[in-house]
Design a protein. Sequence first.
Length: 432
Amino acid sequence: MKKDKIAIIGLGYVGLPLAVAFARKFPVIGFDVNETRVSQLRTAFDMTLEVEQDKLKEVLVSGPDDLKMKPGLYCTSEPDDIREANIFIVTVPTPVDANRKPDFSYLYAASTSVGKMLKQGDIVIYESTVYPGATEEECVPILEKESGLKFNEDFFAGYSPERINPGDKERTVEKILKITSGSTPEIAGKIDALYNEVIDAGTYKASSIKVAEAAKVIENAQRDINIAFVNELSQIFNLMGIDTQEVLDAADTKWNFVKYTPGLVGGHCIGVDPYYLADKAIQLGYNPQIILSGRRLNDSMGPFVAQQTVKLMIKKDIPVKGSKALVMGITFKEDCPDIRNSRVIDVVEELKSFGLSVDVFDPWASVGEVKKEYGLDLITGEDSLSGGYQAIVLAVAHKEFKEMNIKALATDPHVLFDVKGLLPKEASDMRL
């Protein structure tokens, strides 16, 4: 029986770990339009730090011909190289636009490229987060148009939502249970068996593509709403003079209490995916009140942190306009270089609006990426910090920050806002 040949479309935080997992057992062609990214991967360097260099080296092959003889991974930016695949897995981003509406441009482009390559019997599996129905309503028509083939007769589709947790070296792709689905019962079984080959944690076969899409989008919407709840509690308890972390620790002693912590909600998933579900609901004439309320509250947390910092400065008679502030961290989460949709930028911009001069320090983020995405001149080395800061916002809980003498960077008096509660309570003026 002929071995499946897999093409992974998109080699980012989701696609690369998946490609490496499959490449241990299958011939895999990893395609990405970013030529710089592909060049780096060919040297076994992953700038996302999701895949270690030695593990990447184990599966890399130097050319597509090598895949005829053995499993492995060939990375390319040439669309023609994926032509021989019979299974296409799409792992491109699904962001929102400036109006927080779903942006399908990457998905459309990927579907167009794959559609041109489709052959009789091929399967296209999507992993990108979308609203229920998007695979069959938005992507399949493009595949049909570009290929000239008929869906569920000549080619088939599936959906298996990604569950990558950026920066997590314990819960890697192989160790996270995978939802699978297919456009026919037979194809659903084949897709489920395919993922079972590489996912040690096993799979869960959903009854339909729509169910799998819905399961994914509510995972992140649920987390978003729960974090919004504790963010609101944090604001209420701040007015009461109660420490939120202490309240959560006390409540956590009950067996059925689920402990979420307050903070800035960014990243490519939790801060984005709920808008997909909300947009589809609005199209259907339903106003998703809880989902959008949670989003509004979480999006307000960056300005809230900055405003509270300024209020604390005023209480200590520290001049606001012209003072120096240091924001520690720009990535969307700790110990990870991912800066996508980081809400730390809201803290920075709000502080600047009060007339403060703001330095941003992060040893994990890329200087070039931060400049391109946010227009900030990032400081990455502790020795490059000027010191003498009147306000410090510890925005991201990088492990390096815990080891630093942060107060040595400040003047006296100063304000230290510990957003993530990284430091002992008494070491800061305020924390969420």
